[in-house]
Design a protein around this ligand. Structure first.
Ligand code: ZN
Length: 88
């Protein structure tokens, strides 16, 4: 049974509140010792690593990233298929 550390993550980009994650103590020490987040927390999900790096909360706030990305994709597609008659 590995010891856990209740780690504070940066203020969230979306809701501006700090977050907390339970991480393995060894991983926390590795991260503080300079290991990249994807190495130190290799057993954790992408969303959890995202929260450690940017503070974006796993769940509601990380979904907003997806929505934001989808919105932008739609925008680009609309732009691409926009028809012009060639006149200015
Ligand atoms: Zn949040």
């Amino acid at each position: 049974m590995a010891a856990k550390f209740h780690m504070r993550t940066p203020d969230c980009f979306f809701c501006h509140k700090p977050g907390w994650l339970d991480v393995p103590l060894e991983a926390y020490y590795a991260f503080r010792g300079g290991q990249p987040v994807q190495v130190a927390f290799s057993n954790m999900s992408t969303d959890e690593r995202e929260q450690i790096l940017s503070g974006t909360h796993v769940g509601e706030c990380s979904k907003k990233w997806d929505e934001l990305f989808l919105d932008m994709t739609e925008y680009w597609e609309d732009d691409e298929y926009e028809e012009t008659d060639g006149s200015i």
